[in-house]
Design a protein around this ligand. Structure first.
Ligand code: UDX
Ligand code: UDX
Length: 441
């Protein structure tokens, strides 16, 4: 099938490239000419394992093309158009829908034949109905609407596309839903051939929109919940690793997303939880549980600074290493990374801050220094905070780290990812979240 994807960010690029890999003829559009120019040369604007190989192969096979809408939208459109432009968080916590509106408006004006518009951008429940009434209803062509939320984790987005837990299609008509289901038919076949099931949930637009927010809110709730339990562990002397294991073996609970630490970041969870809270309030409902999830997460990322300020009363005379700037490993994305709060707070306390990340995108770090190597960042540091659990940081040679660090060489493990005994054996002081036993030598 001919398919168009608007927006070549994390979601749109993965969507477009993977649809081409399934055999469709895909045109990816972006308003950023620099991005499109690089993409046509096979260079991905994002770091995502496997994506560049797929771009090269599918461009060579003639199934994938990139373009800006500068020469007009009409020639770029096809019977199925996916929208995957960003929906960043506005200052008030709402989802900023200006890019989505602009893209839908452009498409509605340019459409000449029947088409199904598929929303992959995360938009609050009710948005689909509003977009249809405001833009699509007045178009010259007949344009159907389907909400098809994405569940792609950065760093494993290509695998998540090809091995989905489910595909959600919420449409205004059965014909539109079936048209989009046909786009995914090769994926369903491919999963079946590998013995994987790929259920398609067919529903209405508002329910599909809500499934996306409810899923991310639930996963965020799991993380904040386990972080609260970890804080209780610190109070009562229990070990969060054992507690999470013991809880997670109950299939009703599940082991995933019970990793305690300094909380969630990224382009989705912080923004989506805030947007769901905002839309609930706007509709006259106070979503108290969700508010608590957000509060816990905001507090959790302060823990390294709180503990270091207690352990080092002369923090203003100390150098602190911040290890990891990306919001999680295997991505260069720094959006809503805990480091964005931790670094300025340490600077405010008067500490000198030296940061290291193997891949993170450029980031305004104020007075803090970004070092080229982890050893440079650790050099002379009285303490190190692990913000991102990159394998190279998790498997660090702690004896070497200790040899370049200053006393008392505290290692605050913000991801509960380190081998506490290895860190302590090297002569460092180990601190983590909900691992009180590991603090003692
Ligand atoms: C996506 C989703 O769209 C968002 O709703 C979801 O919650 C997270 O994932 P992401 O792919 O991370 O966002 O967005 P971003 O990396 O900001 O990329 C958006 C792309 O759309 C950019 O390349 C931008 O240039 C492009 N864009 C933006 C357009 O092509 N047209 C516009 O009008 C606006
Ligand atoms: C998320 C969703 O998982 C995905 O379905 C899609 O909606 C986009 O948003 P992503 O943000 O890429 O994916 O990363 P994810 O792996 O979900 O992690 C999000 C954050 O939670 C990271 O900061 C991670 O460090 C944190 N996290 C995750 C924990 O703190 N504990 C855990 O147990 C798991």
């Amino acid at each position: 099938m001919q398919v168009t994807v608007v927006g070549t960010g994390y979601v749109g690029l993965v969507q477009g490239v993977c649809l081409a890999e399934l055999g469709h003829s895909v045109t990816c559009i972006d308003i950023d000419p620099a991005k499109i120019e690089r993409l046509t040369r096979g260079i991905s604007p994002i770091y995502e394992p496997g994506i560049e190989e797929l771009i090269t192969a599918n461009v060579a096979a003639g199934r994938l093309a990139f373009s800006t809408p500068e020469g007009g939208w009409a020639p770029l459109l096809s019977e199925v158009v996916f929208i995957a432009v960003g929906t960043p968080m506005a200052d008030n916590g709402a989802a900023d829908l200006s890019y989505v509106r602009s893209a839908v408006d452009s498409i509605a004006r340019a459409a000449t034949g029947p088409m199904t518009l598929v929303m992959k951008s995360t938009v609050p429940p009710g948005t689909g109905a509003t977009l249809q009434a405001r833009f699509l209803a007045h178009a010259d062509a007949e344009i159907g609407y389907v909400s098809n939320p994405e569940f792609l984790r950065e760093g494993s987005a290509v695998r998540d596309f090809f091995e989905p837990d489910r595909i959600v299609l919420g449409g205004s008509s059965v014909a539109d839903v079936e048209r989009v289901a046909a786009v995914y038919a090769p994926l369903v076949d491919r999963c079946a051939a590998s013995g994987l099931s790929c259920p398609i949930v067919k529903t209405d637009v508002a329910s599909a929109e809500t499934i996306k927010y409810a899923s991310n809110a639930f996963l965020s709730t799991k993380i904040s919940f386990i972080n609260e339990i970890a804080n209780v562990c610190d109070c009562v002397g229990a070990d969060i690793d054992s507690v999470a294991e013991g809880m997670g073996l109950d299939v009703r609970i599940g082991r995933h997303f019970l990793g305690a630490g300094i909380g969630y970041g990224g382009s989705c969870f912080p923004k989506d939880t805030r947007a769901l809270d905002f839309i609930s309030t706007l509709n006259g409902y106070q979503f108290d549980l969700l508010k608590a999830v957000i509060d816990v997460n905001n507090r959790q990322r302060l823990l390294p600074v709180i503990h270091l300020a207690k352990a080092l009363p002369d923090l203003h005379e100390r150098t602190i290493a911040v290890l990891g700037l990306a919001f999680k490993p295997h991505t260069d994305d720094v959006r809503e990374s805990p480091a964005i709060d931790i670094v300025p707070l340490l600077l405010e306390e008067g500490a000198k801050v030296r940061c290291y990340d193997p891949l993170a995108a450029p980031l305004d770090l104020g007075e803090a220094v970004r070092c080229d190597t982890v050893w440079d960042a650790l050099s002379g540091a009285s303490a190190a905070v692990l913000v991102t659990d990159w394998p190279e940081l998790v498997e660090l040679d702690w004896a070497r780290a200790r040899s370049v660090m200053a006393d008392p060489a505290i290692v605050f493990d913000g991801r509960n990812a380190l081998d506490a005994s290895a860190v302590k054996a090297a002569g460092c002081v180990y601190m983590a979240v909900g691992r009180p036993g590991a603090h003692r030598s």
